[in-house]
Design a protein around this ligand. Structure first.
Ligand code: CA
Length: 221
């Protein structure tokens, strides 16, 4: 899952980026409102963490512009002030959740995972597809009830496909959501990873390639 972190406090941004990366997210950072607005309009994110006080354009204006353009990505606002007025303005601008500074990184992670899970249509924190399951909060996959060992890249790819199970996900979409801006869409890394994941899911044929379309994670009927 790929996040945009909008935070102009450089030290906090680096600390949060490290924690979010450690937790398995791919993270792009924007440090002013104008860059944030552009990235949110042009890049594919699974959730956005948005600071309110920003140089260039304030966070609420950035959020208004995304929503006016029908960008429906979940947005969690970071606010230094735990004031009702800020929350009211934020919800009216289209925010999905709030966190007041200072906060525990673990709470940010829990809230982001819940936002992403709900935005992809999953009510429960354990996602299941046949013999495969993912405990979203523990970030652990199981196959037939046994822990499934995956590399960080394999984990990101399989987590994205499981959040979107039953739907064909194109190679382009997958690349946008599991790699950062440096990803080369012409590379074959995704196909290599898909092959490895498929072998790890044996004997279950859950992950299928649809030629010319992409990949689908689906339990047998
Ligand atoms: Ca700020």
């Amino acid at each position: 899952m790929r996040l945009l972190l909008v935070e102009d406090d450089g030290a906090l941004a680096q600390q949060l980026k490290a924690a979010l990366t450690e937790a398995g997210f791919v993270v792009d950072v924007a440090s002013d409102g104008i860059d944030a607005e552009f990235r949110g309009q042009t890049e594919a994110y699974d959730a956005i963490v948005l600071d309110l006080g920003l140089p260039g354009m304030d966070g609420l204006s950035v959020l208004h512009r995304w929503r006016d353009a029908n960008r429906d990505v979940p947005v969690l606002i970071l606010t230094a002030r735990n004031r009702f007025h800020d929350k009211l303005s934020g919800f009216n601008a289209g925010a999905d959740d709030f966190l007041s500074k200072p906060f525990h990184t673990e709470e940010l992670l829990l809230r982001l995972r819940a936002l992403i899970r709900r935005s992809t249509g999953h009510a429960a924190p354990v996602l299941v597809c046949g013999a495969l399951s993912l405990d979203v909060n523990a970030t652990k996959f199981s196959l037939d009830g046994e822990s499934l060992a995956l590399t960080a890249q394999e984990h990101r790819i399989l987590a994205y496909l499981l959040h979107h199970a039953g739907r064909v996900v194109s190679r382009t979409e997958l690349g946008e959501h599991v790699y950062d801006v440096g990803y080369d869409p012409d590379s074959n890394v995704i196909d290599v990873m898909i092959g490895r994941i498929r072998r790890k899911l044996c004997p279950h044929e859950l992950l299928k390639t649809r030629r010319g379309q992409g990949f689908i994670l689906q339990a047998a009927d």
